[in-house]
Structure formats: C-alpha cells, structure tokens
Design a protein around this ligand. Structure first.
Ligand SMILES: NC(=O)c1ccc[n+]([C@@H]2O[C@H](COP(=O)([O-])OP(=O)(O)OC[C@H]3O[C@@H](n4cnc5c(N)ncnc54)[C@H](O)[C@@H]3O)[C@@H](O)[C@H]2O)c1
Length: 248
C-alpha cells in the first residue's frame, strides 16, 4: 500500500519500540506525530525522522492523564488533518517482585499508564476516526498480555487488559471502517535490555526458540503490517512477535 501522506500518531515514541516504529513509518512515507512524556527524547525522534527526509512533529503527552490525551488528539488532528493510523505504545513495567509485597501505588501507576493510557488514547483516536469513516489502530501489548510475566502482576494484568480492550474495540467498530489490533512483543533488544549484563542477555536470548531476541525493527514491521491495507481482513488480533517463545 502507499503510505504517502498518511497521518500517523504514536505514543511513547521517544525511545525503543515507539521511536523505531515512528522512524520506520516515516521512512515509508507517512506524516508522523511523535508523542512522549519526555520532550527531550521525543524531539530526538523528530530530529532523526527529519534528518532522513521525513515529516514529523512532536506533541508532549502523559497518556495516563485525560486532559493531556485530549490535547494530544486535538493537536494531532490539527497537524495531520485526518488521523489515518495510531499506535498506542507508551508503557511501563513493574519492578519484579512478589505480589504480596506489591504496593497499591505501584499497581496504580502501571495500570494507569499501560491500561488507562491505552483506553484514553484509543477513545480519542476513535472519536477522530469515526467522522472520516476509516482508520487503523495498533495497541502495543506484550506476550505478558497472553501469558504470565513472572514477578510482574500489575504488568501482566494491565497487558491482558489491553488485549481484551483490543478485542472489544475491534468488534464495536468492525462495521464502521475502523480496525483495531494488538502487537504482543516478546523479549526485544531495546536500550533498556542492553543495560543488563551481557551474560544475562545471552541467557534470555537462548530461551527464545529462534535463538535471538527480537529487534525494534521486528516490532515496527509487524505494526506497519497491521496498520496497512495488507492486513485488511484482520481485526481484534493479538499478533505475537516473540520468536516462538509462546509455543515453547
Ligand atoms: N522491550 C520489550 O522487550 C517489550 C516487550 C513487550 C512489550 N513491550 C511494550 O512495548 C512498549 C514500548 O516498550 P519499550 O521497551 O520500547 O519501552 P521504552 O521504555 O524504551 O519506551 C517507552 C516510552 O514510553 C514513554 N512513556 C512512559 N510513560 C509514559 C506516559 N505516562 N505517557 C507517555 N509516554 C510515556 C517513555 O518516556 C518512553 O519514551 C511498551 O508498551 C512495553 O510494555 C516491550
């Protein structure tokens, strides 16, 4: 399909998967709104895109904050004209530990960013897309959205919620021109993962049937596919991008 002039908004696009997805979609020809909590890293993504000849603007947003998300969507529509595609990627994880020691504050923060944040963005995107009668949305969940992530009760719960929300939204809007799918990455070699000792990284890679961690490009390409017309008959899907880990 042609991405030329298509308008895309991506949350959490200042780092890792979000940044590389924004860069990938811009390289395909899309006009991108890069959003992140961090103005500094978000601006860094915009610079990368512009340096490569692409089109991007930054809009700051805390996805857990309703007013902030409403401002993001209003500014996005102003910048793009129409919102054709959206990627709800912003997310945080729990510090691993036992459930009986998990504080309510930690639980609330993870659920607020990962689940409430996805809901608030998705709702705003649907409102923007319903008028135009078309649009595609990808929620970045996790393999923790379909199986347990050991020691991460809030993250596992929030990401299962994202998978459920994806199915619910997909079916509600299936006859109104809007498709909603999820991508469930496994272990992806992001800057966060690279900060762990090499030995530990090798152990994690060895646990994956394909013998390597995923790359941010692996996730970006799967996301682009679900956003594009190439996946035109797919909605409500949770696509695992995990090198076979789920079925091991
Ligand atoms: N890296 C992995 O192995 C992996 C695996 C499965 C799922 N995921 C999911 O992929 C997504 C991206 O992960 P990543 O590894 O690239 O993370 P990352 O930490 O590199 O990037 C996340 C970005 O989200 C932003 N962010 C955090 N809280 C925010 C908020 N309240 N509002 C707006 N932006 C906020 C951060 O500033 C950061 O730029 C997350 O939803 C994560 O749960 C990642």
């Amino acid at each position: 399909m042609s991405w030329t002039d298509k308008g895309v908004m991506i949350t959490g696009a200042g780092s890792g998967i979000g940044r590389d997805t924004a860069v990938h979609l811009a390289a395909l020809g899309a006009r991108v709104v890069v959003s992140d909590l961090s103005e500094e890293t978000g601006a860094g993504t915009v610079e990368l895109i512009r340096a490569a000849g692409g089109t991007a603007d930054f809009v700051a947003c805390d996805v857990a904050d309703e007013g902030s998300v409403e401002e993001l969507l209003a500014r996005t529509v102003e910048l793009l004209g129409t919102l054709d595609h959206a990627v709800n990627n912003a997310g945080i994880a729990d510090h691993p530990g036992e459930l009986h020691e998990l504080s309510a504050e930690s639980w609330d923060r993870v659920v607020a960013v990962d689940l409430r944040g996805t809901f608030l963005c998705l709702r705003g995107e649907l409102r923007a897309m319903l008028g135009a009668g078309h649009g595609t949305i990808v929620n970045i969940a996790s393999n923790a959205g379909v199986k347990n992530a050991p020691g991460m009760a809030a993250y596992t719960s929030a990401k299962h919620g994202v998978v459920g929300l994806t199915k619910n939204a997909a079916l509600q809007y299936a006859r109104r021109g809007i498709r909603v799918n999820a991508v469930c990455p496994g272990t992806i070699a992001t800057p966060g993962i690279a900060s762990f000792p090499q030995e530990l990284q090798d152990t994690w890679a060895d646990m994956i049937p394909m013998g390597r961690m995923g790359t941010t490009a692996d996730v970006a390409k799967a996301t682009a596919y679900l956003l594009s017309e190439d996946s035109g008959f797919l909605t409500g899907v949770s696509l695992l991008v995990d090198g076979g880990l789920m079925y091991d």
